[in-house]
Design a protein. Sequence first.
Length: 222
Amino acid sequence: MATTPTYGWDYQGLSDPPNGALLGENLALDAEATVSGIDTRLTTAESDINVIQAIGPYTARTILSGTQAAITFSSIPSNLRRLKLFWTARGDTGGFPDLRIRVNNDSGANYHFEYLQGNGAVPSSAPGTSGTSAQLGFIPGVTATPNSFGAGECTIVGWDSPHSIWLSWVATSGMNVPGTLQVVHATTGSYIVAGPYTRLDIFLGSGSFVSGSDFQLEGWYA
């Protein structure tokens, strides 16, 4: 009885007596055992892939090709442990418009924040309580140097509602147009409403975002 070199399947060698039925049975049983083992490994691999996909990251991105008043990220998984928003943006009004955030499309007086800012050589700070949105930072407006954009990021820890009623974040942002606009901004904020949380809206205190503004969202399950 001869065997194949890789899987060791039985087959009829040149010197074996003719016994087609037995050889056919042996070959079929050997093949079935091999395929069964492959099936088991595939099932394990698919399970591992599902686990890897489940731990993230979750990603979403919006790049504007025209003027737009607000950016909405909806259907965000509510079981993300942490969520991070990145942006590089510019507004269509004068000065440097403030960037604002809402959770779950809620415009109730449920937002609070405190910021610390440096504008050129001048520092300042201010609180915001019981607002209908929270401030994340500032971006260049239309009167800033052409094609200049600000950048920033906001980290939300506990998007999966580990607290009964409290969502907190920290954010940093800045814009540096030498000689005309140099601002650095740090803020912490909170949304005092119970989850689940599934949506973020980003907009300006006045005006709209211009073409080329880029908003990116990343989230992690573990």
